[in-house]
Design a protein around this ligand. Structure first.
Ligand code: PGA
Length: 239
């Protein structure tokens, strides 16, 4: 793992520069995107670069990590909505080639179809990840088998609590999500994890210094050959 500690502003710039390199080498790269607060500065930087003509997504195919079960793409807390409003609508990506797991159809066929679509596209060239305070990646909560493919998870109370800030009340936070599995994530050729803030410090310590264990799903990244981890001082404070 390559570990880089910097300010959130510089992390957004340095992470965006990696996207520029990837897309310069392979304009039709397959990109795995993430939602949450963490990638917002990076997405703003990618929008800026795209508007300045310094990066193009016109031949990119994308696959997002996860989606809340029960939320339609139009729901303002759905991850499809998040991606369109924070990135896709502001860059030259072809919306038809953007994929987010369905929150409405979580049949076995739909879930297996997500992994099949990734495979058919040629596999993810770079997967972006945030991390939960409990070490989750995507919505793979502690205890998720490391061999998992796209599946439905029951969100832990701590995750629902962490995400309730976006909803009117905790009762409105969905209880389940469809998420790429840990194996789906690990199949990506390159992985970029960004963690910001002291509340991520324990999870980052377990990810980097702890044993590889389903108790901290992100610890599996120790087994991946090409991972870059961007941390601010807070997230790095327990290393
Ligand atoms: P955050 O979420 O970026 O909003 O902190 C990250 C995650 O839960 O994976």
């Amino acid at each position: 793992m390559q570990i880089i500690v910097d300010t959130p502003q510089n992390i957004a710039k340095r992470a965006a520069a990696i996207y520029q390199e990837i897309l310069a080498a392979k304009p039709n790269a397959i990109l795995g995107f993430a939602t949450g607060s963490t990638p917002l500065d990076l997405y703003a930087e990618l929008v800026r670069l795209n508007k300045a003509g310094e990066i193009s997504f016109k031949d990119v195919t994308s696959f997002n990590l996860d989606e809340y079960v029960g939320l339609s793409p139009e729901h303002d807390q759905s991850y499809r909505y998040f991606m369109e409003h924070n990135l896709f609508n502001h860059i030259d990506i072809d919306l038809a080639r953007t994929h987010v797991p369905s929150g409405l159809d979580v049949s076995d066929e739909a879930l297996a179809g997500y992994d099949e679509a990734i495979k058919a596209a040629g596999g993810v060239d770079m997967q972006l990840l945030g991390i939960g305070i409990n070490g989750h990646i995507g919505f793979n909560e502690p205890g998720t088998p490391l061999e998992s493919l796209t599946h439905v998870v029951t969100l832990t109370e701590s995750t629902r609590e962490a995400n309730k800030r976006f909803f009117a009340s905790i009762d409105e936070v969905p209880t389940h999500a469809a998420t790429m599995g840990i194996k789906t994530v690990m199949n990506a050729r390159k992985i970029m994890l960004i963690a910001l803030g002291e509340n991520k410090a324990d999870a980052i310590r377990a990810t980097i210094k702890g044993p590889v264990t389903p108790d901290c799903p992100a610890s599996v990244l120790q087994l991946h050959p090409d991972v870059v981890v961007f941390l601010d001082e807070g997230a790095a404070s327990k290393l």
